[in-house]
Design a protein around this ligand. Sequence first.
Ligand SMILES: *[C@@H]1O[C@H](CO)[C@@H](O)[C@H](O)[C@H]1NC(C)=O
Ligand SMILES: *[C@@H]1O[C@H](CO)[C@@H](O)[C@H](O)[C@H]1NC(C)=O
Ligand SMILES: *[C@@H]1O[C@H](CO)[C@@H](O)[C@H](O)[C@H]1NC(C)=O
Ligand SMILES: *[C@@H]1O[C@H](CO)[C@@H](O)[C@H](O)[C@H]1NC(C)=O
Length: 543
Amino acid sequence: MSFLGKWLFICCVVNVYTQDAPRKPNIVVIMADDMGSYDMSFGGMNQFYTPNIDAMAAHGTIMNHHYTPNLCTPSRAAFLTGKDPMNTGMQHFVIPNEEPWGLSLKETLMPQLFQANGYKTHLVGKWHLGFFQKDHTPLNRGFDTHFGYYGGYISYFTHSCDCFEAQSCTLGVDFRSGFETNLTVNGKYATDLFTNEAIRRIEEHDTKDGLFLLISHLAAHTGSETDPLEAPPEIIEKFNYIKDENRRKYAAMVFQLDQGIGQVFSSLEKKGILDNTIVLFYSDNGAPTQGMFSNTGSNYPLKGIKETPWEGGIRGNAIVWSKQIRKPGNVMDQVMSVTDWFPTLLKAANIDHQINNLDGINLWDRIVDNNKVNFGRRIVHVLDAEFGYSSIREDNWKYINGSRYDGLYDHWVGSIGNETDGYTDYTAVVKYSKTGMALSKYNTITKHSLNTIRSQMKIQCPDRVGTPCNAFEKPCLFDIDADPCEKNNLADIYPTVMSYFEGLVAYEHWKAVPAARVHFGDPLSNPALHNNTWTWWVGNNSI
Ligand SMILES: *[C@@H]1O[C@H](CO)[C@@H](O)[C@H](O)[C@H]1NC(C)=O
Ligand SMILES: *[C@@H]1O[C@H](CO)[C@@H](O)[C@H](O)[C@H]1NC(C)=O
Ligand SMILES: *[C@@H]1O[C@H](CO)[C@@H](O)[C@H](O)[C@H]1NC(C)=O
Ligand SMILES: *[C@@H]1O[C@H](CO)[C@@H](O)[C@H](O)[C@H]1NC(C)=O
């Protein structure tokens, strides 16, 4: 080897080596529950602000076509397995506390892979993938620690919940530190408890290990059955200018969630690990604007709500922040599925895996480097043989057959509230939020950059409905790129596209794993039998 050759070898191989062997990037995922697709102020809402989320958006990449299943359990299963719900048996409904079923133990979950690759894995908050057997609970599914609850929701202060069929059980506390029920935190606001636990995990983290932290918030889901929208009174007070009392409380719940995100960023910065951390934020599904668990969250101008096949139930925003992102504040139009995070986050952490039947695809390079052409894809949003409805997107087409709640929410509910407090300087609150401050060394937020994001986020829809759709009468078809608000049913104009989708639905049903749900409220689950707590009640080898 010549001298130059040797020199090149030493310099560059060594250099490549140091560049290619980064510390394990930390992964922090912050998941909101039932938060409206357009209840984040970077999307244009002025009624109240989400400054920390907005600062994260302005410094990160915004996935403006981020699809999730339309309900908690299927959505969380899809995130943690990288597979669509009908491929894991999670396509039908959510897990009521009293029903003995859960996500199949055959599935490998994202935290298991991180755990096996030198990461400490923490779940803070909600689980909702089954607890009837101890084997199904988070500490047996890849998490080193858990602080939070097993079921779908709890009351924000008393941390208790009843059954789906409320008359058949007593209230039970559903709140744990590890496997132990935690009653000492009774009376403390759940959102703050989760934020504080997340901060503690960051502060106590040994940086020799990777950190995988999933903060799965209760907000903005409803809490107590008798007082569904709960927030500390002094926070609700801040939003006195909002006339609708429920919306005022919702604003307070979201505000506290947003503050918590800011505290997490501050704590990552203080610990000195922000540079090497990837932070993801999204909501598990669209808001239940009205009806069951209604929280007044808004998906407007999108059609429908949580648990409907319409865009309002399934299309949200996800935001990623990483130092590696080349174009801060970019609004990415590439269609994304929540299943994509499994291969994407593993890729970002350079973790190889042998799971080959994923529905998600790795989009890490695209998220980091936004200058790429979007590609069309198929996403099965809903495929529920029992409720008898389906919704599939392929390329620009979206096919819908049937709906939920007899079509009660098959229209445009909610609105962008136009009340403001009249004095807040939007740019300043975002820029000087805790997240804005923690990220200020990377990039500067300006009025212009925020306005650019808001204008790119705007969804343009015609005021009037073209050809209407009654998905119970016959299946409907939308050109979802041109008509994101689902106002013009094209089914009669494109019969060949319709027959293509009918074949596709039949095929997906044929290949689906049977739904895991058992329609059985087990009386043995009753908290009255377990010292007024929710706990596993079936021995480990029975199912
Ligand atoms: C309950 O959680 C709090 C807050 O993390 C903690 O200080 C306390 O030790 C926990 N109690 C039990 C019984 O685990
Ligand atoms: C639409 O859904 C209904 C109810 O599940 C079903 O009976 C019907 O066969 C479906 N129609 C088509 C064209 O797939
Ligand atoms: C706000 O919206 C309400 C209801 O849509 C409307 O009646 C009112 O005029 C609007 N106010 C302003 C200041 O635009
Ligand atoms: C039942 O719960 C109470 C607190 O509500 C606690 O003091 C007691 O130790 C619990 N009993 C058992 C057997 O776990």
